[in-house]
Design a protein around this ligand. Structure first.
Ligand code: HEC
Length: 301
């Protein structure tokens, strides 16, 4: 059956270049977003790497302490040496008194270590130029504020839906995925996006929902990856992959009406296993020819 659309591989090269340029840029953007998450939320519990605790602390808050303490143990840890951080925390625990702020030299620490970033010109982060700006952060940490959640919610909903609009549109010209699965892959990110935003608000109310944040984020990432890889492969590697290569078997079983699910899985496993042996052989050959002599040379020196 001929499809009612132009398959990705049959688009003109300029269009393919346009699609590829967009996909690559958005892909790099996604990577940066992950790095950003790792450095802000990932550091919320003071340890590198994203965990459920990080998400609970970010949205629900670490209610056993103040924001200032959490930050000094978390993403702001690198900004002041140990003793100064200790002094700041001690001051907060003692009630964050305005008089002690000056008498104990807290103002000097803030001025030298924090104000270069936390000043009036900085957008998106609080100004610590005077005591009034710092005060709200010396109270119990209840996580993200409703104001900040509202702000990031609408930015994410508008921004990310556009990204998936175009990624989905490009992917909709794919021909190696059946219509049914295409609908799922294209629709999924929107469902996960809404679930993701909703889960922030739910986590703000109860820490239990931190799991939903992770689940929804991974769902979005998975559908993004699937659409991205399929589109790129179909545009540039259709012949070597789907006609002469591994993918041809995939297309065969996809279109064969008799094959049961078990049969289909078996074909995939068999084809896959079939490619493993030559790949290992090739890798071994490469290693013996180039890798091993190189390593020997390095050690001889
Ligand atoms: C290199 C720039 C920089 C320096 C220096 C810096 N901060 Fe930050 N700070 C940031 C950024 C960016 C954020 C927002 C991202 C985050 O929360 O990690 C932030 C967030 C914060 C927050 C959370 C604000 C909120 O809205 O929840 C607190 C509290 C904080 N910093 C305290 C400090 C203190 C105390 C110091 C000095 C010891 C300091 N920061 C030094 C850049 C800086």
């Amino acid at each position: 059956m001929t499809p009612k659309f132009t398959p990705l591989k049959d688009h003109d090269t300029p269009i393919k270049v346009l699609f590829t340029g967009y996909l690559c840029t958005v892909g790099i953007g996604y990577l940066f977003a992950l790095i950003q998450i790792l450095f802000t939320h990932g550091m919320a519990d003071g340890k590198f790497g994203l965990s459920v605790d990080d998400i609970v602390y970010s949205y629900y808050g670490n209610r056993s302490g103040t924001v200032l303490e959490q930050k000094l143990n978390g993403s702001m840890k690198e900004n002041a040496p140990e003793q100064e951080r200790f002094k700041l925390m001690e001051w907060v625990r003692d009630g964050a008194d305005e008089e002690a702020f000056q008498d104990d030299g807290i103002d000097k620490i803030i001025e030298t270590r924090c104000v270069m970033c936390h000043n009036k010109e900085a957008s998106g982060i609080p100004s610590f130029v005077d005591f009034e700006g710092l005060k709200p952060y010396t109270t119990q940490d209840t996580g993200a504020t409703f104001a900040s959640l509202t702000r990031i919610s609408h930015i994410h909903l508008f921004g990310i839906s556009f990204i998936f609009m175009f990624v989905g549109l490009i992917f909709s010209f794919a021909e190696t995925t059946t219509t049914q699965y295409k609908c799922i892959a294209i629709g999924m990110p929107y469902a996960f996006l809404i679930a993701d935003i909703l889960s922030w608000w739910l986590t703000k109310i109860h820490p239990m929902f931190a799991w939903l944040v992770i689940f929804a984020g991974m769902g979005m990432g998975t559908s993004f990856m699937f659409m991205w890889v399929t589109s790129i492969l179909e545009m540039w590697l259709f012949r070597p992959l789907f006609i002469n290569g591994f993918g041809s078997r995939y297309l065969e079983w996809r279109d064969s009406p008799e094959a049961s699910i078990a049969d289909r899985m078996w074909v995939v496993i068999k084809t896959f296993a079939g490619t493993v042996k030559p790949t290992i052989g090739y890798a071994k050959q490469l290693w013996l020819k180039h890798g091993w002599p190189l390593l020997k040379g390095v050690f001889k020196k």
